[in-house]
Design a protein around this ligand. Structure first.
Ligand code: SAH
Length: 230
């Protein structure tokens, strides 16, 4: 956690630069007012949301809005999700320290960074190659050593790294892709928005059991579509 020198005898060299302190305060306010206030209570998830520097994952032009209550454009027609949605989906996934997690839709890499602090390994796939490259570079620069990024179509999943304890999909397919179900462990969880680009989408929490899938609708949402690879 961040500590600020309240009575630093050398104010010219504060322990935390003023800009960073302001960003940390904005981040704490985001956690309190957008996430806790809407009912996300998992302390590990709240801690992760309070720790990951979201402003490092957004373009400079929108950096001043990094901790605001809405999605932001990250280029290539894509967006970084609203902070509350990231927290809600992360909590719904019930991440455990030993888990290996697959994310489809790397985007900025922010959701992957939040997960990286909560689980053992994160595998994340992004279909827009320059976004995959930028996220990979940002995650490396910021020291997230347990995240692997692959440019490719998430409909196929990441068979070489399967099976996964949990899968999080942050773009919306019209139906749950079967390879993702196949790559989930029995007992595993998947959180995925399903629906059409223009119509209603619903966020589903799926649980894979020995006999099939249990599906629970948890929230109406609006995500960018999960596009098919060529
Ligand atoms: N999780 C991201 C936000 C995701 S936005 C973050 O934290 O910033 C959704 C992303 O899904 C977009 O970047 C989009 O390019 C990607 N996407 C869309 N279809 C995809 C597919 N078939 N496979 C992998 N990624 C896909």
């Amino acid at each position: 956690m961040l500590t600020l020198g309240g009575c630093d005898p050398e104010p010219a060299r504060p322990a935390v630069p003023v800009a960073d302190a302001a960003l940390a305060q904005a981040r704490m306010r985001m956690v309190r007012e957008q996430i806790v206030a809407r009912g996300v209570a998992d302390p590990r998830v709240l801690e992760a949301m309070g720790r990951v520097p979201r402003h490092e994952f957004v373009p400079a032009a929108v950096r001043s809005q990094a901790y605001e209550d809405w999605p932001l454009a990250i280029g290539y027609g894509q967006t970084i999700s609203q902070p509350y949605i990231v927290a809600f989906m992360t909590a719904a996934l019930a991440p455990r320290p030993g888990d290996r997690v697959l994310e489809i839709g790397t985007g900025s890499g922010y959701q992957a960074a939040v997960l990286a602090g909560l689980v053992a390994e994160v595998y994340t796939m992004e279909i827009v190659e320059p976004l995959a490259q930028r996220a990979e570079a940002d995650l490396k620069r910021l020291g997230y050593a347990n995240v692997k990024v692959r440019a490719g179509d998430g409909h196929l999943g990441w068979p070489e790294a399967a099976p996964f304890d949990a899968i999080i999909v942050t773009c919306a397919p019209e139906d749950v892709p079967q390879p993702l179900v196949d790559q989930l462990k029995v007992g595993g969880r998947m959180i995925i928005p399903v629906g059409s680009q223009w119509g209603a989408q619903e966020l589903y929490l799926l649980r894979k059991t020995a006999t099939g899938l249990r599906r629970q609708g948890v929230l109406p949402v609006r995500f960018v579509p999960m596009v098919k690879g060529h």
